[in-house]
Design a protein around this ligand. Sequence first.
Ligand SMILES: [Fe+2]
Ligand SMILES: [Fe+2]
Length: 414
Amino acid sequence: MKKIYVNGLESNEVVTTQVLVVSKEIRQKKTGEPYLSLILADRTGELEAKMWDNVAEVMETFTKDDFIKVKGIAQVYQNRQQFTIHKLRRLEEHEVEPSDFFPCSKRDPKEMFAELRRIVDGMGNVHLRSLLNAIFDDERIAGPYQYAPAAKSIHHAFRGGLLEHVLSLCALGKMTALHYGAVDLDLLLTGAMLHDIGKIEELTYERSFGYSSSGQLLGHIIIGLRMIDEKLALLPEFPATLRLLVEHMILSHHGELEFGSPKTPMFLEALLLHHLDNLDSKMETMRVAVERDRLAEGVFTSWVGSLERTVLKKEKFLTGAEEAAPAVRDKQERVEVEPQPPDEGNANEWRAGSGSAASGVEAPAAASGVPAKGTPAAGTRPEANKNNGRPISDFGSKLQAVLDIKLSDGKPGE
Ligand SMILES: [Fe+2]
Ligand SMILES: [Fe+2]
């Protein structure tokens, strides 16, 4: 078990640790020499890393999804930690403990799955119950459903994240159905359990998280619909009208056409599912943003693209410890500075030699505390991107509008 994890790195301290390579790019310095730009990870999080020197010796010795041992130093740059690698070497499979590297739910997946099955058992609607049992009795689905993340990044991006997200939606569904009496809870719970089921095929999560070919080409909504239709074909008694409602909930759960749903929600449970899904993912995204940047200076996190804002680190803010640091949108404003000499190390342990190696850090284009041109100050919004992030403020009004229309207060398919 490794001793130093990504979320425990202290700034300006030279450390040696093991990490998974999530992404690897070989770029060119102004001098024409190559440097490495990496995303590294272990189970506690991800870390941007750069290797500036002796790169030619190591750049072909490892690839994305390899485990590597790195020696280097973490520094806070533009309100976010960045690791400068002095030395690295690829690790063999037997040298690593897999549980050190893959973020996973704090809850036991089997225990979460058992909770899910109990919720299904408690449903009154025999058709929905038989559909869900047909799906979750299938080992090809049940296995990955327990370990899949809910997303590649952004929210619940850890093993078991999909199931944790689904159980959270079920809990929210039960609470909101109590408030909105016309909601059919069994239908809502079915939507919660199935809305993202296509992610078990859309995403890859054996090593670092990514998208499968079918995920890239079809997306989880279509993949999920296919999986459900395959099971429905085995259930001839399943009412055709109820089938349409289940399918519509899957199709419409992203809420808007521009966010990938071919239809917007057209009945109570579909609308509620969309808003609960949106709520749950955004709450988790905010929590993670604060957690990720907790060591960085300032009381605002760096820019969170999916939320189109920075997030206030409320606890730090309330203690009154620090002034807000300017948030910076991304890497575009970074420039290289002159390399700094590295510390020496055990050359035998590493493919990169010691001796004349030099390291460098990236530095902001603007002086400290002064946002670079085009860089938003903390809490301000960079150039608007209307296709990024979902609307979040119209939950009550839209649901009430559907209630007012009084589409139905019966339990379809019973
Ligand atoms: Fe989704
Ligand atoms: Fe979701």
